[in-house]
Design a protein around this ligand. Structure first.
Ligand code: ADP
Ligand code: MG
Length: 328
């Protein structure tokens, strides 16, 4: 039962929409492993060949962004920026600069609950997952002292960045998938395919509604409402896919910058926002903040849903969640 609920609640699934003029366009749906998870591109195009070509370009973009943004590869641009910490400003690529700028915006909005400098604490979490032991208080204190988005110096005009203190590093795990999905949908649009969507591991960017429909139908499958949405982002977060159990306690891969430990609240968060980047970062932030402080930071037009525990489908709902789904 537990498992079923978890699986259902974990990922939004596209349940599809009937198109009234299916003959007019070809609906291509393409799935591939990417960014340590599964990426899906759906694109409506005049022909099958055009849809396939666009999706191929989309997946190439995802691979390119992964090479820039992942902290799992020592040769990524983000890893290099970490090695340059404390050594003065470094020129960064357009992609890294954009993610950095948006990450700082989301860190400010969430009062540091979402923090792209979380890397030293996430590395401790990964170590704990390997060893099965919690990090010592000392190592946690050291790592925590290196986590603070206010110590990022970013110059958008020169497009340079600096992490002010040696030992600091960036982790875009909480925003990179939504950002990439947005850019894939923008790429489809630039090719003339406005009706497209991209999902990377539960983070969605949605373009115009599929032809003949009012929107992409997105269902959480956990008894919550199924949403019909377009031109926005949807994201999920929580401790289901990645966690470590130590001493009977489950620590999520989302770390609270204040405690330095993985979350133990077992919250499942779903967010609808203006784009995938915002939804992705907000879902991580709301996991840390919980409903009271979390709902308070939601920007106008965004909506969120938080479920706790294993069986309770819904504890808190923003007032505009239902309204938003009905009005789209
Ligand atoms: P998922 O990867 O399941 O979609 P998230 O979008 O919440 O979930 O991203 C979780 C990832 O974000 C972690 O694996 C880690 O790399 C990073 N992260 C963990 N805690 C934080 C935090 N407080 N702020 C920003 N990023 C975080
Ligand atoms: Mg996220």
């Amino acid at each position: 039962m537990t498992r079923i609920f978890i699986n259902l609640a974990l990922c939004f699934v596209m349940v599809g929409c009937a198109s009234l003029d299916e003959a007019a366009t070809f609906r291509g749906s393409y799935v591939r492993g990417a960014m340590g998870t599964v990426a899906r591109i759906v694109v409506h195009a005049p022909t099958e060949a055009a849809a396939a070509q666009a999706a191929t370009e989309g997946f190439a973009l995802i691979d390119e962004f992964e090479r820039v943004l992942t902290d799992y590869r020592p040769d990524s641009e983000v890893a290099e920026l970490g090695r340059q910490a404390g050594r003065g400003p470094t020129k960064v690529s357009e992609v890294l600069g954009s993610v950095l700028e948006l990450s700082i915006r989301e860190a400010r909005r969430s009062h540091g609950a979402f923090d792209p400098t979380i890397s030293p604490l996430v590395k401790l979490w990964r170590e704990a997952r390997r060893s099965g032991q919690l990090p010592s208080q000392d190592s946690r204190d050291v790592a925590r002292s290196l986590v603070n988005y206010q110590d990022i110096q970013f110059d958008p005009v020169r497009r340079t960045a600096e992490l002010r203190r040696t030992g600091m590093a960036l982790d875009f795990g909480g925003i990179g998938k939504g950002f990439t999905a947005d850019r894939v949908v923008a790429l489809m649009r630039s090719r003339g395919f406005n009706s497209a969507m991209c999902e990377i591991g539960g983070d969605f960017a949605l373009g115009d509604a599929p032809p003949g429909t009012v929107g992409w139908r997105i269902g959480a499958g956990d008894g919550g409402p199924s949403l019909t949405l377009s031109n926005c982002g949807v994201a999920t977060s929580g401790d289901v896919e990645q966690h470590v159990d130590i001493g009977g306690v489950r620590y999520s891969h989302i770390v609270d910058p204040k405690t330095g430990l993985g979350l133990t609240s077992r919250a499942r968060v779903a967010v609808v926002a203006e784009d995938g980047t915002t939804a992705d970062a907000l879902a991580t932030a709301l996991s840390v903040l919980g409903p009271k402080d979390g709902f308070a930071i939601l920007p106008a037009g965004a909506a969120a849903r938080i479920a706790f525990g294993l069986v309770s489908p819904q504890v808190s709902t923003t007032p505009n969640y239902q309204k938003l789904s009905a009005s789209r």
